[in-house]
Design a protein around this ligand. Sequence first.
Ligand code: ES4
Ligand code: ZN
Length: 326
Amino acid sequence: GNAKELIRRLPKAELHLHIEGSLEPDMVFALAARNGIDLPYASQQELMKRYDFKDLQSFLDLYYQATAVLLTEEDFFDLTWAYLKKCQADRVVHTEIFFDPQSHTSRGVPFAVVIGGIRRALHMAERELGVTSRLIMCFLRHLPAADAFATWKMAAPFLNQIDGVGLDSSERDFPPGLFREVFALARAAGLQTVAHAGEEGPPAYIREAIDLLQVARIDHGVRITEAPQLLAEVAERKIPLTVCPLSNVRLRVYDTMDTHPILALLDQGVRVMVNSDDPAYFGGYVNANYEALIDALAPTPEQLIALVKNSFLSSFLDEASKHSWL
Ligand code: ES4
Ligand code: ZN
C-alpha cells in the first residue's frame, strides 16, 4: 500500500549491518565451489532448513560456520558488493557496516585480505552506486579481552580505513565493561564507538556500554523497555538505538512482530531507526524490515518519516551531509 510505497522511495541510512550476515545461501555455495571447500550441507535448501533459530547462540553457531567459505580478497569484495547492490535497490544511500575480523584471522585469513576486499567494494559503491559508507570493526565478546586487544594491534596499520569499533556476538554473561580498556584505546585514536547491548542481555549492559565504553550508539537496546529511568535518560541524551525488527523476531526476542516495541520507543522520544542486522538469515534487507513493521504495527506516515530521519541523524556522517538528506 501507501506506507510501503513511501518507504521504498525515501532515501534511508542503515546503521546496523554485519557484512558476514549478508552472505546469502547461493553465495555460500558459489564461494565453497570456487575455494574447493566441502560444506556440511548438500544443498541451499538443506542449509536454509537450519535457519530456524531458537535464540542468538543458535544463530551465531551457523553464522560463524558459514563464514568459513570467505577466504580471498575477491570473496570479501563480492560479499560486500552484493550487499551494496541491495542498498541501491532499497534506496539505502548511506550504510555503516560491521565486520568481525576475529572470525577470519582465527582461520588464517590475513586482516589485510578482509579489509582490502571490503574497502574496495565500499569505494566502488560510492562512485558507481552513489552509496556512501562507514566501516566499524567489531570485537567478539565471547572471546577474552586479550584477544580484542590483539585484534586492535593487528588493526593498527589500517586505522585510517576504520571509522569505529563495536562489540558483538554472544551477549549473556559477557558484559561490556570487560572491554573498557580496548574501547578507551579506540576512542583515544579518534574512532567512534558502538556496542550491542540489551538484545538478549539485561538493561544493566546498556548502562555499562554508555558509562564504561562511552558509546555513541547502542546496537539493539530493545530491553531498555524494562528500565524506564534509563529509557528516559537515553531519550534525553538522544543516544540512538539501532533496532533490527526481523532479527528480534527470528531470534525470539519477541514472539511476533505485533509485540515489537519500536514504535512505543519512538513515541517516548527515543532515537530509534530500522536496520537489517543479518539480512541473509533473518528474512530481508531494510525495506523488508519496514514492510514487516507496516504489516504488524500499522505505523503512521509521520512515524515512518521520523524513523527514516533518525537513520541519518544517528549516523556518523558530518552535519552538512546529514542535513542534505533531511
Ligand atoms: C549478531 Cl544479531 C547479532 N547479535 C550479536 N552479535 C551478532 N553478530 C552477528 N549478528
Ligand atoms: Zn547485530
